[in-house]
Design a protein around this ligand. Structure first.
Ligand code: FAD
Length: 416
């Protein structure tokens, strides 16, 4: 079979499918495999899969397993709410960790090499078509590749997606700057590297956490671009960065000097689509569901997609090794789009909550300060085991369990 795209999604899928005994050819348009950017957060719904792949210990060795995730107000710096990540690990059985993108990408690439994936670079796919026995891709060079199934993990600007829908990426008018601070800088000594922290502010937010065992401090500064709102083409430029954070606390503003100013990421997502399988061509990762990054699930969803597909291949393979692709792809399409739709729409809403101003910001802060650190009602649907069937998919928000004391009180009240 063929996987198009050697990002985190494509490599994850190629490894998962090779692990099921399939022979996989991966086509990447770039001249070399690699990832740009700095850190990435991996929640338990991903580390569970890395563990199943036998890659979790190596990932932990490359990354950091923090103790807490903390949300602060970007204007006054005050803490709003937190997750105890040690307790969270007990609840979900797997850690929440952070890792350099290139380290995660390298980990998956090495796993693919060891598993025997045929890795081909300089291979830009320009078109996809179904054939009698499978599907075919054509490269910019004119070369064609054919297989029983083609998985298109070709990212936000996917060529394959055009087979499904005539849509465009949706601009959020937000832009992300990234940067790392080396350990010798006083700023690194001033932060608690055991915490993942987000400062949320009016039309902006700032994330920081340690990487590579504390050798680096990863920082992400995100803001709404006035030039984007004004409809200008040249939006998100560095002159907008400092202005966007002018109202924020000293800690956040001090971090801006370390952002890379020669590269920035405009934040796009797409409207969710529920149809990802066209004959023997299937979408996976950002090609199917590029999210805004506010709940840090984009790469995770891509890794989940590959794992789920691998599990359905295993369930639909005859003793002679042939796979009932119709059944495997139908099972994949039955379970993944609805979960990813929820993630996409929740990410948008979560971003709106982070970026509130005025009275709405104050109301948000009151609610967040009142939240119990150990209330997992908002994370169970996301961080729990990845569903293989729609029936296994947990409800979006589980009801907050009443403490036994509250239940007793309620019982007494009923009796009176
Ligand atoms: P991509 O990474 O886009 O990979 C696509 C690959 O396909 C590329 O290698 C590309 O060169 C190749 N390709 C494209 N077109 C062709 C073609 N025609 N022919 C051949 N090859 C092609 N996610 C998380 O889970 N946790 C986080 O903490 C997180 N933080 C983020 C922070 C920011 C600022 C941003 C922007 C995103 C973040 N994400 C996060 C999202 C995550 O980065 C993406 O969702 C994820 O990388 C998507 O992986 P992918 O492999 O599907 O797509």
């Amino acid at each position: 079979m063929i996987v198009v795209g050697g990002g985190i999604g494509g490599l994850g899928a190629a490894f998962s499918l090779t692990r099921q005994g399939l022979s996989v050819r991966l086509l990447e348009r770039a001249p070399a495999f690699g990832e740009v950017g700095a850190g990435i957060q991996l929640a338990p719904n991903c580390t569970r899969i890395l563990d199943d792949y036998g890659l979790l210990e190596e990932a932990k060795g490359l990354g950091v397993v923090p103790d807490a995730m903390v949300m602060r107000d970007a204007v006054d710096g005050d803490e709003l709410t937190r997750l105890d990540l040690r307790d969270l690990e007990k609840r979900y059985g797997y850690p929440y960790m952070v890792i350099h993108r290139s380290d995660l990408h390298g980990l998956l690439l090495r796993a693919c090499e060891r598993a025997g994936v045929e890795l081909i670079t300089d291979a830009q796919v320009t078109s996809y078509e179904n054939t009698d026995g499978g599907a075919r891709v054509t490269l910019a060079s004119g070369e064609t590749h054919e297989a029983g199934v083609v998985i298109a993990a070709d990212g936000l600007h996917s060529v394959a997606r055009k087979l499904f829908v005539d849509d465009e990426p949706v601009s959020s008018a937000y832009v992300a700057y990234r940067g790392t601070v080396p350990a010798e800088q006083p700023r690194v000594r001033s932060v608690d590297l055991s915490e993942v922290v987000v400062h949320v502010g009016p039309a902006c937010h700032f994330v920081h956490y340690g990487l590579r065992g504390g050798e680096l401090l990863n920082q992400v500064a995100v803001f709404e671009s006035p030039k984007a709102l004004a409809g200008r083409e040249d939006w998100g430029t560095p002159d907008e960065l400092d202005a966007a954070f002018a109202q924020t606390c000293d800690f956040v503003r001090d971090g801006l000097q370390f952002m890379w100013r020669d590269k920035w990421w405009r934040m796009f997502d797409r409207e969710p689509i529920m149809n990802w399988v066209h004959g023997r061509i299937a979408l996976l990762g950002d090609s199917a569901h590029p999210p805004l990054q506010y709940i840090a699930q984009g790469a995770i969803m891509a890794i989940e997609d590959g794992w789920v597909l691998g599990e359905h291949v295993a369930r639909n393979r005859a003793e002679d090794g042939t796979v009932d692709w119709g059944a495997a792809l139908a099972a994949y399409e039955a379970v993944r789009p609805e979960h990813c739709r929820r993630v996409l729409t929740t990410s948008r809403k979560w971003g709106e909550l982070w970026h509130l101003d005025g009275v709405a910001r104050e109301q948000r802060n009151v609610l967040l300060r009142a939240r119990d650190t150990y209330d997992y009602a908002f994370t169970d649907w996301l961080y729990g085991p990845t569903a293989l069937t729609p029936d296994e998919e947990p409800p979006m928000f589980t009801p907050i369990p009443l403490s036994s004391a509250a239940v007793e009180d309620a019982g007494r009240a009923e009796g009176e």
